[in-house]
Every structure is written in C-alpha cells, then in structure tokens.
Design a protein around this ligand. Structure first.
Ligand SMILES: [Zn+2]
Length: 313
C-alpha cells in the first residue's frame, strides 16, 4: 500500500465521527429510525426487528445532556423517517437540529405520555416505565407500517416477557441487600426512578438531574454531609459522567467506590452491558457487590429463564 494512502486511512480511522455510534441496518428495512440515546436505539431494535433500520445520535458512552452534534448528524436527521427522543428536556441540543428533518418525517418523544417526577427525564431506569417505552414504540411503528403490525406485536410481547424477568431479577438481588444499606449515591440523578421502584433511598448525586451545569462547592459539601449522616456504604460513578469529583468525595468521606453504573447509555460491545436488559443486570449486580462487598454468585439467575433462552446473557 502506498504510504500516502496508508496515512489517509490511519488519520481517517482516528477522527472517525461514527466511533461508538450504533447501527442496525437489516437488508430491505421498511423505514429508518434515528434515536437520540442508545437506550432508545436498543428498544427500537427489539421492537422493530428486521423491518427497521436504527441508528443512535449520541454514541455509546456519550452524555445525552450536553451532546454536541457533529455535521454528519444533520445528514442523518435529514434521512430519517422517524426521530425518537426521550423528551422532558433530556435532549435540548436536538431542537436546533430538528429543522433539518424531512417534512414528512415523524418526531416522537417516547416518554411524552409519562408524567415525570421533579422534571427528571430518566424514566427508563424503572423497568416498568421501560415497558411503557416499548409499548409506545410498538404503537408508533404499527401506525407507520401497518403491514408490520403483527411482527411488532410479537416482538413487543417477547420483549415484555424479558422485561418482566428482568424486573423479578432486580427485586431478587435487592432482597439480598440488608434494608438499612439500600442507599444510592451516584454522579448524577439517573437512578432516582430506579431507587424509588426498587426500594433504595436515593441519598443524592453530584450533578442533579442534568450534567449541563457544574455543581457548586456548597452542593458538594452538602452531599458529603448527607453521605456521612446516612451511613452510606458505597459511592457509584456512571459511564457517561466524569468520575473525578466522586473519587475526591470517596477520599474525603472514607466511603468506598462501589463501581461504575450504566444510566444514560448502554455499554460498548463486550462490556456485558451492551443492551438495556444487560445494562440493568450489570447495574444491580454492581450495586449489590459495591454495597455488600460480597461477590454475586448467581443466587437470582433462576429469574432469568426466558432471557437466557433468547441468548441475551
Ligand atoms: Zn442523565
């Protein structure tokens, strides 16, 4: 290979704007879906199966609160038939991009008909709300592609069975953590709905519900006081948020780091969190091990029969 071409390829691979961006492009798909976050990408793929092409705007591990669109995103928006966002001010950067969508393309907020608590957009972290997300996506796809309605229904029903198993699994693992230790401190508030559903006290976070504004010294000091007062056992970081401040808080309070969680993004290939269900399984095991210091030894795997048969694990 001539040296010049080699360097061109090398440089291109370094600045590849699509790195970490997810693609699901089955042959002859009926329509193109562009999602804001990777969680929605995964749900759209599960429901749409081979009838739907899906891509995500925010790459794996990207922070959806302060994503900075790149020029190629405009091209992707203009090609999409459906644009799926979470809504509730999670993706404020999307507004300026939407003027590039085709006139006949559909813009849809998947969490639009779910009432948020304290304007918190992270509804998907409660598996019961994820079921509503799946239902909304199924109904939207069925309306746009009537011929595929039966397929979407079958995919939806199978996925709901898996989500029910996931829910039972989380409940089972939580039951292995003593009640007074069920406390969560995370880098930002992605886990409030999760905490509420599964019986954790959400002690607090560094950033609150969005990472757009930096926390003040006073807010960090308040969090440190809360951690000490509540006798919290472990602090957790998230894959989309800078872990540095949490590490300082851990040193300051003497409370151990419990591990990293997936909130605003699924994990990359090989992370064991590369779809919504796996990410939730990964999270609850990390929370269990972080808080109790015990290794998870498969005590609740019996809840995941169906999921295993679909080779998700
Ligand atoms: Zn978030």
């Amino acid at each position: 290979m001539p040296k010049k071409i080699f360097w061109l390829i090398f440089l291109n691979s370094c600045i590849n704007p699509y790195e970490g961006i997810l693609y699901h492009h089955p042959k002859n798909c009926e329509f193109r879906v562009l999602t804001t976050i990777t969680i929605l990408y995964d749900l759209a793929k599960e429901i749409g199966g081979n009838r739907v092409c899906v891509e995500s705007l925010v790459p794996v591990g990207g922070d959806p609160h302060k994503y900075e669109p790149i020029p190629s995103d405009i091209v992707r928006i203009s090609k999409a038939d459906i644009i799926l966002a979470n809504g509730h001010n999670l993706e404020n950067w999307l507004l300026k991009l939407l003027s590039n969508k085709r006139e006949d393309a559909v813009y849809y907020e998947v969490a639009g008909n779910i009432e948020p608590v304290n304007d918190d957009p992270h509804l998907w972290m409660d598996v019961n709300y994820a079921k509503l997300y799946a239902k909304n996506i199924k109904e939207l796809f069925s309306k746009i592609d009537r011929e595929g309605a039966r397929t979407y229904e079958i995919n939806y029903e199978r996925y709901i069975r898996n989500l029910d198993e996931l829910n039972n699994f989380i409940v089972c693992v939580v039951s292995k953590i003593s009640k007074e230790d069920r406390k969560l401190v995370t880098t930002h508030d992605a886990f409030s709905y999760f905490a509420r559903r599964y019986g954790f006290e959400f002690v607090g976070s560094i950033w609150g519900i969005s990472t757009e504004d930096e926390p003040s010294i006073r807010e960090i000091k308040n969090l440190i006081d809360l951690i000490k007062k509540t006798n919290t056992k472990a602090l957790f970081i998230e894959t989309t948020v800078n872990p540095k401040i949490m590490e300082s808080i851990s040193k300051e309070t003497g409370v151990r780091m419990g591990g990293k969680l997936y909130g605003d993004s699924i994990g990359k290939e090989g992370s064991n969190a590369e779809n919504y269900i796996k990410m939730q399984i990964y999270n609850i095991i990390t929370i269990y091990e972080g808080i109790t210091k015990n290794r998870y030894k498969g005590e609740c795997d019996g809840e995941l029969k169906n999921i295993k048969s679909y080779s998700i694990l």
